[in-house]
Ligand binder design. Structure first.
Ligand SMILES: Nc1ncnc2c1ncn2[C@@H]1O[C@H](COP(=O)(O)OP(=O)(O)OP(=O)(O)O)[C@@H](O)[C@H]1O
Ligand SMILES: [Mg+2]
Length: 340
């Protein structure tokens, strides 16, 4: 019983691939004690895929931390009078209908203070990130997990999970993540890209852009006149066709890069600070030329991030080779486990 409580599974239910990482607290460390992932062809196959993944993974724990994302989650930046953290959520609730397009009674709200300043009249105010997720979506997630005999313990959002994975990295490699820096973590999935900006290792900006790997696959299929399945295979393993794949995807990458750049501009205007480096994760970060393409667009140091670097792994229940190869795709799952 005690052993179980020390372990937690971060479950990232992506639109194309479900990823799960189990973290276990041992004496001084948090150790990866389980990992699995499974491609999921469509939403209807999701519950069965989670069941299959859980069977294969043989995790110690049934306690699961998961996240919601996509168009059912809304991020808003608002200014409010300075107040204590415990009053914040209540105050946000009172005003939420001004900011979100859903009925307030239908959403789960969360609020996070992300900076202090003064308003136009010189009174102290603060910047607040408001997150609203449809209750029905959150409940749906919990129901699927409960029906599978799992115990859902938290529902977060992808962007903040990235921040938590980053913090975990800071604990295992102290000093590597310079506290004075402003970095952006970007997870490029299949249908969307999650952006998080951290200043002094604290998340202060999160947003999602509805573009991802699927758009790259579609661009290859269109350009080369092949079926999506073939385009997907070419993208993942282009071999001698690398330059053709690169050419076919260049416009989509440019559009996505420009969209992400708009978020950097927004942050830099609002927070009076510059994003200094960019770290890429998500399945699409496995694309060999992504770093280079984005670095040109962002004009910032841009690298693929391996979020498990420095973490201990118990190898008896983990395919270590797959874990290392696919590590960038696991950032959200790892961060969900790390946060709880
Ligand atoms: N080796 C590879 N090279 C390039 N792209 C890849 C590779 N492997 C997977 N991908 C792409 O990564 C995407 C899946 O990544 P990920 O698991 O992060 O997405 P997801 O979480 O399912 O999607 P979303 O976050 O949008 O819901 C797919 O679009 C897939 O084509
Ligand atoms: Mg994802």
């Amino acid at each position: 019983m005690l052993k179980q409580r020390k372990s937690i599974v971060g479950l990232d239910i992506g639109s194309s691939c479900i990823k799960a990482v189990e973290l276990t607290r041992e004496k001084y460390d948090r150790v990866i004690t389980g990992y699995a992932q499974i491609d999921v062809p469509n939403e209807a196959a999701r519950q069965d895929a989670i069941a299959e993944l859980m069977r294969a993974a043989k995790f110690r724990s049934k306690r699961v931390a998961t996240a919601v994302s996509g168009k059912n989650v809304i991020f808003r930046y608002i200014s409010m009078a300075e107040m204590s953290d415990d009053k914040l959520l209540q105050a946000v609730r009172m005003e939420a209908d001004k900011y979100i397009p859903f009925d307030v009674s239908e959403v789960e709200l969360d609020a996070q203070k992300i900076g202090a300043g003064v308003d136009a009249a010189g009174k102290p105010d603060m910047k607040v990130l408001l997150i609203a997720a449809k209750k029905s979506i959150v409940a749906d997630h919990a129901r699927i997990l409960t029906e599978l005999g799992l115990q859902p313990i938290s529902v977060g959002v992808d962007g903040f999970a990235l921040g938590n994975a980053w913090e975990l990295g800071d604990q295992v490699n102290p000093g590597i993540q310079d506290p004075g820096r402003t970095v952006s973590l970007i997870d490029i999935g299949a249908t969307k890209s999650s952006i998080n900006i951290l200043r002094d290792n604290i998340s202060c900006f999160a947003r999602e852009v509805p573009m991802g790997g699927q758009d790259l696959t579609n661009a290859i299929a269109r350009r080369l006149g092949v079926e999506p399945a073939q385009a997907e295979a070419m993208k993942r393993d282009p071999g001698e066709q690398l330059s053709i794949v690169q050419e076919a995807t260049s416009q989509v990458l440019e559009d996505l890069g420009n969209e992400i750049n708009l978020s950097f501009d927004f942050f830099e205007n609002q927070f009076d600070g510059e994003v200094q480096e960019v770290w890429l994760t998500g399945g699409s970060a496995l694309l060999p030329f992504l770093e280079e393409s984005f670095e040109k667009i962002f004009e910032k140091r841009t690298k693929t991030w391996n979020p498990i670097e420095g973490l201990k792994v118990k190898s008896d229940n983990v395919d270590v080779e797959a874990l290392n190869t696919l590590a960038p795709q696991l950032a959200v799952a790892l961060g969900l486990a790390a946060a709880s």
